[in-house]
Design a protein around this ligand. Sequence first.
Ligand SMILES: *Cc1c(COP(=O)(O)O)cnc(C)c1O
Length: 402
Amino acid sequence: MEMTMNAYVTGLARVASAAPVALTDTSVEDRLRAFINGRVFDRPTLVLDCDAVVAKYHALARGLGQGTLIHYAMKANPAPEVLRALAAEGCGFDAASRGEIELALAAGAVPEKISFGNTIKRGSDIAYAHAHGIDLFAADAEAELDKIAAHAPGARVFLRVLVGATGADWPLSRKFGCAPEMALRLMDRAAYLGLRPVGLSFHVGSQTRDPGMWTETLDAMAEIWQAGRAQGHDLTLINIGGGFPAFYGDPVLEAETYAARVAALVQARFGAATVMAEPGRGLVAEAGMIVAEVLLVSRKSEDDLCRWVYLDIGKFSGLAETMEEAIRYQFETPHDGGELGPCIIAGPSCDSADVLYETRPMQLPLALAAGDRVLIKATGAYTTTYSSVGFNGFPPLDLVVI
Ligand SMILES: *Cc1c(COP(=O)(O)O)cnc(C)c1O
């Protein structure tokens, strides 16, 4: 056992030193490994370092600049410990439902720092938000404005605008936002309904690795902004949404630098406006590491070049963002440093959709075998809440906050 542990730790050290550039805070990973090593986990578990989330919040805040309102997109990871820590630092929250609002309030957030940013809201949820002092709502349709006017009369609204493809790894196109011309009409409509149209919002797409990709979208937003003001609306709030990237192996800028680049692009176009940002992934992804286990390594025929590696975690138990292989997580195994071979990675459930990486197989050590522990890096975002309640009897992703 001692031998195994030592080999394991050495293997990890080799991987860490072979990393191309120190683009990620290795001390966070070290803290997570220190917690994980030597502990037994009887089911897939996300270990999340709360201090790392707080540190990332401050890095983004420094980069975005004083005066920028950061509203954490809590769907990325609504762990109460994380919400409490962020609320204590003065961070705001972007909620999508009554459930998320309740979590934010329970974590100590003041209603003035909570926005209801989902463009698809239940009327009773709007009323609940309004009754609890929340006064900022998103909309991208006339019928949604009608709902807000009915359940939160006089509230401030921002209009979500549809943006074109920006090259994000996880695009948020089409479902949210309206065309620019419609946004202008909705400003008039909101004012007519007694609401206060205060600004615009957009989302460049999650995991937008290059800050330069914001330029085109911001140009388009600035045009609508000017037109809205010319139309007589006192627009004061530009909500730049999320999109701040995490390190999954492909180079990304350090959070503060990335945020500063984006802030400069925003500042050049919106000057004195109040800026709001809604980072989700960028705040929490790198703070977490999933501990998983190999259940089976097999080949489909004697001469199969690719091994199949079945883990105890899959698409239905936390790794939903592997859909279309959009997000490619980095794996660590006890055999890192040894000879590699291509693997198709799959989850444990009896559903053929539960395959994580097949189009682009992953290179993993040939020595990998059932019972091996696998660490999946930068999995603090969009994992616990994407986990089914117990498909096929497999337990949902467990969470430990350190
Ligand atoms: C999900 C979401 C975010 C967070 O996006 P990330 O790319 O994870 O930062 C921000 N704003 C809205 C409205 C969202 O729906």
